[in-house]
Design a protein around this ligand. Sequence first.
Ligand SMILES: C[S@@+](CC[C@H](N)C(=O)[O-])C[C@H]1O[C@@H](n2cnc3c(N)ncnc32)[C@H](O)[C@@H]1O
Length: 294
Amino acid sequence: MAVKVQQAILQNSEMGYFDIWKAAIEERTGVQITADRERALAILLNRRMAELDLLDAGEYLTETLDVTRGAQEWSGLVDSLLVKETSFFRHRPSFDFVAQWVKETVTDEQFVGPLWVWSLGCSTGEEAYSLAITVERAMREAGREPRFGIVGTDISREAIFQARRGIYRTSKMSAVDESTYAHYFDQVGKQLWRVKADLRRRVCFLTSNILTDKSPLIRRKMHLIYCQNMLIYFRRWKRRELVNQLIEHLDNRSCLMLGLGELSNWTPEGFARVAPRAVQAYTQIETVEQGEAL
Ligand SMILES: C[S@@+](CC[C@H](N)C(=O)[O-])C[C@H]1O[C@@H](n2cnc3c(N)ncnc32)[C@H](O)[C@@H]1O
């Protein structure tokens, strides 16, 4: 159990159970339960207690927050609670920027491949596969052998399970054009498509909580970190703290991409925001001359 929350319970603090749940979720995942999410949390907790045939709210809380005994229940709650909405090529200007950045990077004489990309908070995988398609194409268009790897991570086990399967409904693929379907997907059912095995082999998915994970795969240096629509659920100071941690993972001459507006009025030290304005991308200051500094 997280230390602060455990202390709150042990000291029989004035916090009600619901406040302890909210504090525990934020402490462990970074995700803030704002007023508009409280109802969803209350409904979920009540439903789980009914399913487990439990009457004692304190017992359910204590057991679930126990790191060992409650691990499975906790993971299920997190899966049900977090917003995992995503789609292929969700923010087109960002993917256009990735394509341009990849071409510039891999044609730079100092670049030593393979190119490593991290899709952080990748949900069910659409973002990581969109990055794989974009990088593969950009490398070929730049006349380079497509030597790259994509790492997709998310706290949700269920989302990562789906990501590894790589099977999607047409409804999630409205931004996928015909030539992309033809090159990168196999039809596996009515309205169902699977990412081709060649591309799937390039993408490795891991269940990982960004606040606590020390996995060596993530600890490797990355050339591009793509993290969109995750930080918006975190408090502003927490976003900055995390971004400062993320840039430690970046290799020289690399890039961090966030969702538009997820970090405002602040730029990590040693980095500069680069054009275009419809994209929130940062590169190390010594590489800014490659792009157009804002
Ligand atoms: C709204 S989805 C965004 C998916 C994708 N990045 C996109 O933009 O389409 C946010 C994702 O962040 C994940 N997430 C939230 N907190 C996390 C944490 N502490 N560590 C890793 N992933 C987290 C959620 O499980 C969810 O899948």
